[in-house]
Design a protein around this ligand. Structure first.
Ligand code: OMP
Length: 289
């Protein structure tokens, strides 16, 4: 099961997931001046970040929108980035947040678990209903793939729908959590977690203990650290003995060089420093359960 690989990587390298949300305005002039096509610019920026961090992080999350925004050349960079990460032996989460009826979902599954855009995990939005998740399960069961399903997101608007109370029977996000729990138990790895994980925003502390306790065997993707205000103390309740989750930071890592006079030349080593600081912050707050 793919979750065992991710769990092992976290055991060895900690929880930080580097988010490659590579917008052109984040790319330093050193790269812009040396490469001329969009695919080379995006890819070589990513490659430098990956090379500088691969020994200290378990995985990368690649947000597809930043590549789609550049059309075919952007998608070439997306493909090259996924391949580079996987060929280096690391784990890649494709942040595609898909949701559609099952016949279309089947095509999405093929598009992102096979061929040019093959990844290890994808993110899915369950708010269209759980028949939109079913077409991906064959890949989880038979092809060593994993899912992270949105549960409680990091944005302020999470409150608009996810926090609604269902006739006094609890919040919508808990209902979604229960559904994720129900389907996840069929795909358990040896590590004690399922290859079907959940996305929980690392920006609200209040519900994290409750969510962790309800979903003991669900592995979490936790975005919201850094640029959205999340800190080590906000994310550790989702972890168990330092594992059980990966904490994503995108802008906080890939643009950290902008704070330094010599950042343009050394953007990759400043990204590494940002990862090390984040690891330190998370481990200093980590509780042993
Ligand atoms: O699924 C996600 O990754 C996600 C869920 C969520 O609730 N909040 C959230 O920010 N994300 C993603 O996590 C990343 C956060 O980026 P930064 O705020 O720059 O660290 C972006 O790629 C978002 O699309």
């Amino acid at each position: 099961m793919i979750i065992d690989r991710l769990y092992e990587e976290v055991e060895k390298k900690g929880n930080v997931c580097v988010g490659l949300d590579t917008a052109l305005e984040y790319i330093p002039s050193t790269i812009l001046n040396n490469y001329h096509s969009i695919d080379d610019i995006l890819f070589y920026f990513n490659k430098r970040i990956i090379d500088a961090t691969i020994d200290i992080v378990p995985c990368y999350k690649v947000q597809i929108a930043f590549y789609e925004a550049h059309g075919l050349n952007g998608m070439l960079a997306y493909k090259k980035t996924l391949e580079y990460i996987r060929n280096k032996g690391s784990v890649v989460v494709a942040d595609i947040k898909r949701a559609d009826i099952s016949s279309t979902a089947k095509a999405y599954a093929r598009a992102h678990f096979e061929g040019d855009f093959e990844s290890d995990f994808i993110t899915l939005n369950p708010y269209m209903g759980f028949d939109s998740i079913t077409p991906y399960l064959d890949y989880v069961e038979n092809k060593n793939k994993g899912l992270f399903i949105l549960l409680r997101t990091s944005n302020d608007g999470a409150k608009d729908i996810q926090y609604l109370d269902i006739n006094g029977n609890g919040k919508v996000y808990n209902y979604i959590g229960d559904k994720i729990k129900d389907i996840s138990y069929k795909y358990m790895g040896k590590c004690g977690y399922s290859s079907i994980g959940a996305v929980v925003g690392g920006t609200h502390l209040e519900e994290s203990d409750e969510i962790r306790n309800r979903l003991g065997k669900v592995f979490f993707l936790i975005p919201g650290y850094g640029a959205q205000g999340g800190k080590g103390k906000d994310v550790v309740s989702y972890l168990k003995n330092g594992n059980g989750g990966i904490v994503n930071s995108s802008r906080g890592i890939i643009t950290s060089y902008k704070k330094y006079d010599d950042g343009v030349e050394k953007f990759d080593s400043y990204a590494r420093d940002a990862v090390l600081d984040m690891k330190e912050d998370i481990s200093s707050e980590t509780k042993t359960i």
